[in-house]
Design a protein around this ligand. Structure first.
Ligand code: NI
Length: 395
């Protein structure tokens, strides 16, 4: 592609910076929880109206879809996505634009994603005569909460009329310094499922265990046996994690065996077929152990997001474009991550690429002191604009 275009985009991104910075700070100051992004949505709609960009609202209540049509708009369509929701965290940053919504915070950078995407819309709107096809902008609610805004927007037809061939999403990353971005073709993030087990037995005096069915011992056996899912059954090339973070009994004490023990955990992996199989195996193992020890185990698997796979070809196009934009030394290969992201629903439907934007050193995502180096907004909007044009051009 024309190298002049890179420079033009960089110039537009630099011109847009102050405005996009103000947008980011407004969103940061006014965070809203998943599926309640009413003011956020209204604010984004106002910005789009000011930019004279056509859009549709009402997807999952707060979702917005905007379209920018270049030359020959029917010829090809791609989509760009940003999420809009915040987290139930009390912000502890000492900043002028600190959250005004007590106990709610943009601690996962979705304010940066939405502000950047508005910056991209502004840039590509100015470049309409320079590209062929249509770019669909998706402002999505509820990334942080099951069943995930992505799955609901897809059900409501966000990937139709017009249907994008591919989709891009970016996410802030405090592990990467400002100025760098990261990509990973193929499997990148895990599916996530919540596990809820209730072990039932017969409580009683702990000194008389022969008169009880010991729920604590059953729970221990179940927890250690379930690890064979990872160590014995998972194939070596399919990353899998099983962790239990909570175990509670109702009514137990040093000298009392409780009637019931509850266990909670998470199962994460990167293969949908194995995921289904593992669920069945885990239930069978837990029920079998409980039964063999005279008790019962009720096992609920609450399914979360699927695993996220970046399309090889789309990722290659994006990565090469990023190198042209930022230089080879600033484009790094990402490691696998066992965290989850509902962007995976899009990539289960169409080829896509979810990449990371370096936002400089900070405490981790989902912490009360998370923040970004705001200069990342300029790179975020400029680079995504450039990636979008390359994707339209090269596929
Ligand atoms: Ni996030």
């Amino acid at each position: 592609m024309d190298n002049n275009l890179v420079n033009k985009i960089k110039e537009f991104a630099s011109q847009n910076y102050d405005e996009v910075l103000a947008i980011r700070r407004h969103l940061h100051q006014n965070p809203e929880l998943s599926f309640q992004e009413f003011n956020t949505s209204k604010y984004i709609q106002d910005v789009l109206t000011k930019l004279e960009i056509e859009f549709e609202t009402g997807f999952v209540k707060t979702g917005i879809v905007a379209l920018i049509k270049g030359k020959n708009p029917e010829s090809k369509v791609i989509a760009l996505r940003a999420d809009m929701d915040a987290l139930p965290i009390l912000e502890e940053n000492n900043i002028s634009y600190k959250s005004q919504n007590n106990g709610v915070m943009h601690a996962c950078g979705h304010d940066v994603h939405s502000a950047s995407l508005l910056g991209v819309a502004s840039i590509l709107n100015k470049l309409k005569s320079e590209f062929e096809g249509t770019i669909k902008f998706i402002f999505q609610p509820g990334e942080e909460k099951l069943p995930g805004g992505a799955s609901l927007m897809i059900k409501e037809g966000v990937l139709e009329n017009p249907s994008p061939r591919t989709i891009l999403g970016q996410h802030v990353f405090p592990d990467l310094p400002l100025g760098k971005v990261g990509f990973r073709p193929g499997m990148y993030m895990a599916s996530t499922d919540e596990l809820y087990l209730t072990v039932k037995g017969k409580g009683g005096h702990a000194a008389l265990p022969h008169k009880c069915v010991d729920t604590v011992l059953i729970a221990c056996e179940i927890i250690s046996s379930l690890q064979q899912i990872v160590s014995r059954h998972a194939k070596p090339d399919v990353p899998s994690v099983l962790s239990f973070g909570k175990i509670n009994s109702t009514g137990g004490a040093t000298n009392i065996i409780p009637d019931e023990v509850k266990i909670e955990g998470t199962f994460r992996t990167m293969n949908e077929e194995w995921r289904e199989k593992a669920h069945k195996k885990m239930v069978k193992i837990a029920e079998g152990i409980a039964e063999s020890m005279g008790g019962k185990c009720e096992f609920e698997v609450r399914k979360g997001y699927p695993f996220l796979k970046n399309d090889e070809k789309v990722t290659q196009i994006a990565q090469e474009a990023a190198i042209a934009y930022l230089g080879k030394e600033n484009v790094i290969d990402l490691d696998l991550r066992m965290t989850a992201e509902d962007f995976s629903y899009y990539t289960q439907s169409i080829p896509g690429c979810f990449y990371r934007l370096g936002t400089g050193e900070s405490t981790g995502l989902h912490t009360s002191t998370f923040n970004v180096d705001e200069k990342s907004l300029e790179i975020g909007m400029g680079m995504m604009s450039w990636l979008a044009l390359n994707l339209l051009d090269k596929q």
